[in-house]
Design a protein around this ligand. Structure first.
Ligand code: ARG
Length: 268
């Protein structure tokens, strides 16, 4: 009987040991998996042979669709040059402007290039590359409008593209009730022609394009705001951030960026 008890105890102890060992092992491999997943998250975009850019292709000359329905423009070409440097294939996704930052922060696209202005508020959500272009918020009015400067905007109805800096500044400065949001700049300009809004606040280069494509409109001389354009990435994409910034630096140094900009923006 004593022998039996001793055997029983020995078996129990062995079982306890084994199960204890298993638990620790599970714990280790779980934490290993977690670390691996975390690194995979960081490196996913950098390691993949494809780069997915999100944009809103209604912003000529930075991004627009050509006659073949392909997305072209300054941003599309700079992105293609970056992808080539990094030895990756570029895919461009056309999206609503105001869903771009959530998409990149959530990882469904790798980066945003959309004539996107660097702001402190956006920096809370994403990381910005070095800047590659300058933008100016300008005011489009019908020719002969009584709006002559920024000071005349008070109490007027202002058309903007939803979620843009033009939208944010005008809402802050003149109140939500005076700002009408549109899905893109072209729709805001159409509303200006119809008399639904008194002016449109938008970036200068798209403004020039819209004014050229429509008769009876002009751009005021006064600049509403001067801004920097940069590429936005998820905060976790630290490796891709380095890669993209490195490529951008080279493309600036060898004149590629200037060349692309000059192709789309003719000096006056
Ligand atoms: N620069 C402005 C901003 O960042 C407008 C950009 C609009 N871009 C576009 N592709 N629709 O808010």
């Amino acid at each position: 009987m004593k022998k039996f008890l001793a055997l029983f105890l020995a078996v129990m102890m062995l079982l306890a040991l084994v199960s204890c060992g298993t638990t620790t092992e599970v714990k280790t491999s779980e934490s290993q998996a977690a670390t691996q997943a975390q690194t995979a998250g960081t490196d996913k975009a950098a390691d993949s042979n494809k780069l997915v850019m999100g944009t809103n292709a209604s912003f000529p000359p930075y991004e627009f669709t050509d006659d073949e329905g392909e997305i072209v423009g300054i941003d599309a070409e700079i992105a293609a040059a970056i992808a080539e440097r990094l030895g990756k294939e570029l895919e461009i996704k056309d999206m609503e402007f105001d869903s771009l930052l959530t998409a990149v922060a959530g990882g469904s696209i790798d980066f945003v290039m959309a004539g996107l202005t660097v702001t402190d508020e956006r920096k809370q959500q994403v990381n910005f590359s070095d800047t590659y272009a300058t933008g100016v918020q300008v005011i489009i009015v019908p020719e002969g409008s009584e709006i002559k400067t920024v000071d005349d905007l008070e109490g007027k109805t202002i058309g903007v593209q939803s979620g843009t800096t033009g939208d944010i500044y005008c809402t802050d400065d003149y109140g939500e009730e005076n700002v009408k949001q549109f899905a893109n700049g072209a729709l805001a300009v159409a509303a200006l022609k119809n008399g639904q809004v008194d002016c449109v606040v938008i970036d200068n280069e798209p403004a020039k394009n819209f004014v050229k494509a429509n008769t009876g409109l002009e751009i005021l001389e006064t600049e509403y705001a001067v801004e920097d354009y940069a590429i936005a990435l998820a905060k976790e994409s630290t490796d891709l951030f380095e890669d993209i910034n490195g490529a951008l630096k080279e493309l600036k140094a060898d004149g590629t960026i200037d060349e692309i900009i000059a192709k789309y923006i003719k000096a006056e």
